[in-house]
Write a protein of this length. Structure first.
Lengths: 204, 722
């Protein structure tokens, strides 16, 4: 998988990244209409996915790999529910546009803004985060920084080239009569699954 | 340069009568400050954050060629193509050639004001290319064949019914004016455009020299799609968006969304450095390739700005458009009257440089000079001062109109000027030149057609000085009073009140009779030479009496003494120190008296009495930073009880003679002010500026004759026995 950095975690300043920022992060993410679920271990994510699929009648899912998704065994679990799921790059390119849910992961969160920071160099990862109706993003609940400033301390260490996206809630617009409307060109729902148990970083 | 035959007054009248526009802007003006304040709740020191934007941008512009070279090198090193475009023509030619070479037929665009500045869409369409704007607001505007009326909310002037009719035409079906449904219809219609496009064109909110990345701040997700789906990505970025390092994005990202839309951060913030992977379908199979990236760095007047000592401050702009959101004029008439792509105060400046002085000429009157914008600008750009400077530059270049030259010649000769004032023979003839009247003391503006102006007093204050001067046996201080034209010749009774209040503090007050107009009206139209002459006379007159302080009861005169005189003589070794010395001892009346009352133990809060509310004059609050002191004084005045009104620091609409010249714009602003005063329940409104007093009194006479408008000095003097 193409990445801006293959090991973001190695660049986290330990005193500035931690669970102590999680509550603020989750609260602010919810303030901008993100749905946030905190789980103890990756396996608990299966139930969240199952419910999401059930309540949205999702029939097609695209997903990229990552340590958290793997630890949750999420692909196999979705298959066991009888839902179409695509994880190969070519299949994602073909199906992302018509998919109901896209699954990827974030490197860390920002408490100040309720944002998740994604290494978006990989084209498949980017497609699943922008074309599906619902974007599910996995992250470690302990990987949160206080603010944009701390986020950029990390980014400036690792960012030589590539694509990085901060995602803060679902796609939105207020271009008609300044009425806030969710789900413009991107996903209309952003579901964050924050996992407590360590699974070796965000994506790799 | 375009609309040279614009009838700006007619355009303004049309906008003032556009109910949809007026309603939308009024609701927005109401909601915006609240949303912004809330967004900054979790920023510890907003002012320090704004300073960090300003300092970072200032350091960048001082080094702009180097930063641009580094940015170019970083882009090229990563495999991007780089093109420096001197003007719009260069961009347009480059892109048409590129599209031909690469077989491009369909283009999607995410928001780029720079591309609108150079009319790119029209040029590409004329060349047979299909161009789709994908930002919802920009798409709506393109369907309506209009220009954006706001830099962040391009379609704020349209309502859902109007938009539904544009959608119905474009999508060839009946679209109901249901906002959620329309957004979905746009999503559906544009989704295929992203996937089928050969080229995506984006702007950039910043460009990082360190690694060649551009940053895109957006809510809808169209910029991510534009920069992801098509095989070619073209970035159009102006020099003013460049920043040296990755970390320099921090102050921009912490202010831009908060100021623009009241968000802590937009839904998406993407940074793209160098070519990224792309999937292209070849013979039914998806193949991963590298995207082609072309970065176009646009000059079009920007480098000229960067080299200018004053105007380089424009580089501190992050394009949040918040200066529009708080502008009393923009929020009345919207963006279209500014005539070009960029609207509001910053728009007027950008238009001058990108489009030409002729276009600026039409709109430079639209700045009322209230400085609300400067107060919230993330980069702290003194927009009204820069607009004044631009007017001055024009005068320096083209000279003054005849009427102005003759009246300034009179004003630089105090004796003649005052003799004519006494005879009431200035101001009887309407002056036709708008730029001139704009800066004259109000009573010199003449009998303009919409309103009669206050008469020159029978007896100027200078003739009353001997009567009001008291012998102070053991003076605590010795001060000199600078009255300014308004108090001297229109409101002499306020001069008397100033004397009463100061003498009551056992302060000896002197009035140098050789003082004249401060010169502000003249420098306002850019006549530095005449202002210098007047300044020297005033400086000499006050040096001669050697006071401890110079007291003025006019915020504009105070500013002139504080800043303008020093600035005027900055290259003059003899006069500079003299101006500085007096600037240092010049004090505005209310803050000076509050300090003295404090020392004398007289700032005790009293209760009961007439309700009084304070109107914060723009120049007192934002020019001098004085707003607490007048309140302390009012709260301590027996017989009065201080109450607050809504938006007490919003301009009253007068601003020198603006209100006289631009009656149609001034009246709605005044009406709002009067209604806020009424709602406060006050029986008296206190002011610290004669110009505000006149305007507010005029409004109260019509709408609420039971409420009085008084200068603060007059209120304080009421409690002092003769």
């Amino acid at each position: 998988m193409n990445k801006v950095c293959t090991n973001w975690k190695a660049h986290f300043p330990t005193e500035k990244v931690g669970l102590e920022y999680y509550e603020e992060f989750a609260g602010r993410a919810q303030n901008v209409s993100a749905e946030v679920f905190r789980v103890k271990n990756p396996i608990e994510a299966q139930e969240i996915m199952a419910n999401l699929i059930k309540f949205t009648n999702a029939s097609k899912i695209v997903a990229v790999d990552g340590p958290l998704q793997d630890a949750a065994n999420i692909t196999e679990h979705i298959k066991s529910l009888g839902v179409e799921i695509y994880t190969e790059q070519n299949d994602i390119a073909e199906h992302a546009e018509s998919s109901d849910i896209g699954i990827s992961a974030a490197e860390f969160g920002i408490a100040e803004t309720g944002s998740v920071v994604t290494d978006a160099m990989d084209i498949a990862g980017r497609l699943v985060s922008m074309l599906s109706t619902i974007h599910v993003v996995f992250m470690q609940s302990a990987n949160v920084v206080a603010g944009i400033e701390q986020a950029f301390e990390i980014i400036s260490e690792v960012y030589h080239r590539g694509y990085i996206s901060f995602i803060t809630g679902p796609s939105r617009t207020a271009d008609i009569e300044r009425v806030l409307t969710i789900g413009c060109h991107g996903p209309s729902r952003l579901v964050i699954i924050a996992v407590d148990e360590e699974s070796g970083g965000g994506v790799n | 340069m375009e609309q040279n035959n614009r009838n700006i007054r007619k355009e303004i009248d049309e906008k003032l009568n556009d109910e949809v526009l007026r309603g939308a802007l009024a609701r927005f003006a109401e909601a915006y400050p609240i949303a912004r304040a809330k967004a900054y709740e979790n920023v510890e020191d907003v002012d320090a954050l704004r300073d960090s934007v300003r300092e970072m941008k200032q350091a960048t512009v001082d080094n702009i060629e180097k930063v641009a070279d580094d940015f170019e090198a970083a882009v090229v090193q990563r495999g991007g193509k780089f093109f420096r475009a001197q003007d719009g023509q260069a961009v347009n030619n480059y892109l048409i050639d590129l599209c031909q070479e690469k077989g491009v037929k369909k283009i999607v665009k995410s928001k780029s004001m720079a591309s609108e500045e150079i009319h790119l869409n029209q040029v590409l369409e004329d060349a047979g290319l299909q161009v789709k704007e994908t930002d919802l607001g920009e798409w709506i505007i393109s369907l309506a064949h209009q220009k954006p009326s706001h830099m962040v909310m391009p379609a704020i002037h349209l309502n859902k019914e109007q938009i539904a009719s544009y959608f119905s035409d474009e999508l060839e079906q009946d679209i109901e004016p249901d906002i959620a449904f329309m957004v979905q219809a746009a999503r559906k219609a544009l989704r295929n455009e992203f996937l089928e496009a050969d080229m995506g064109i984006s702007g950039a909110n910043f460009g990082i020299a360190e690694n060649g990345a551009i940053g895109l701040v957006e809510n809808e997700g169209n910029a991510r799609l534009t920069t992801t789906a098509p095989r070619i990505h073209v970035v159009i970025i102006g020099y003013e968006k460049l920043i040296p390092t990755i970390k320099d994005a921090v102050p921009i990202l912490r202010t831009l969304p908060r100021n623009a839309t009241g968000q802590l951060l937009t839904s998406y913030m993407s940074m793209i450095s160098g070519p990224t992977p792309i999937l292209v379908k070849q013979d039914g199979k998806w193949v991963e390739q590298e995207k082609e990236v072309y970065v176009i760095l646009l000059d079009n007047g920007r480098l000229e700005i960067a080299k200018d000592e004053k105007f380089k401050q424009i580089y501190q702009c992050v394009r949040c458009a918040s200066c529009l959101n708080v502008c009393p004029i923009y929020t009345l008439v919207g963006g279209h009257v500014y005539g070009h792509i960029y609207s509001g105060g910053i728009g007027a400046l950008l238009t001058a440089f990108f489009s030409g002085m002729d276009d600026f000429d039409k709109i430079n009157q639209l700045c009322i000079g209230c400085r609300k914008c400067t107060e919230i600008c993330p980069g702290k750009i003194p927009i009204p001062d820069l607009i004044t400077e631009l007017r001055a530059r024009k005068v320096a270049e083209k000279g003054l109109p005849f009427a102005a030259r003759s009246i300034f010649a009179v004003m630089s000769n105090r004796k003649l000027f005052h003799a004519l004032l006494r005879a009431g023979s200035i101001g009887q003839k309407p002056l036709q030149d708008g730029a001139l009247i704009r800066h004259l003391p109000l009573f010199l503006a003449g009998l303009t057609k919409d309103r009669s102006l206050p008469a020159v007093a029978n007896k100027p204050f200078r003739d009353m000085v001997h009567r009001v001067t008291k012998e102070i046996t053991k003076p605590t201080k010795r001060v000199a009073f600078f009255s300014g034209c308004s108090i001297d010749f229109v409101y002499p009774e306020t001069g008397e009140s100033v004397y009463k209040v100061l003498q009551d503090l056992d302060i000896e007050v002197v009035f140098p009779l050789d003082q004249s107009c401060c010169g502000k009206p003249i420098i306002g139209v850019g006549d530095y030479e005449t202002t210098r002459k007047i300044a020297k006379k005033n400086i000499e007159a006050f040096e001669a009496v050697n006071p401890e302080y110079i007291i003025t009861a006019c915020p504009t005169c105070t500013e002139t003494w504080h800043e303008t005189y020093v600035e005027l003589f900055k290259d003059d070794q003899v006069w500079k120190p003299r101006a500085e010395k007096l600037a240092h001892i010049t004090r505005e009346f209310s803050s000076f008296v509050a300090e003295e009352y404090q020392k004398a133990g007289r700032l005790m809060i009293t209760s009961g009495g007439k309700k009084v509310t304070l109107h914060d004059s723009c120049h007192t609050k934002r020019g001098l930073g004085i707003y607490k002191e007048p309140r302390q004084l009012l709260a301590a005045t027996p017989g009065y009880e201080l109450v607050e009104m809504k938006d007490s620091d919003k301009c009253c609409g007068m601003a020198g003679a603006f209100g006289v010249l631009n009656n149609a714009l001034s009246m709605p602003i005044l009406k709002q002010k009067v209604s806020n005063i009424k709602e406060s329940g006050a029986e008296v409104v206190a002011v610290t500026c004669s110009s505000c007093r006149m305007q507010i009194k005029g409004g109260l006479d019509k709408q609420a004759p039971h409420i009085e408008a008084k200068h603060l000095a007059d209120i304080l003097a009421e409690n002092i026995k003769d």
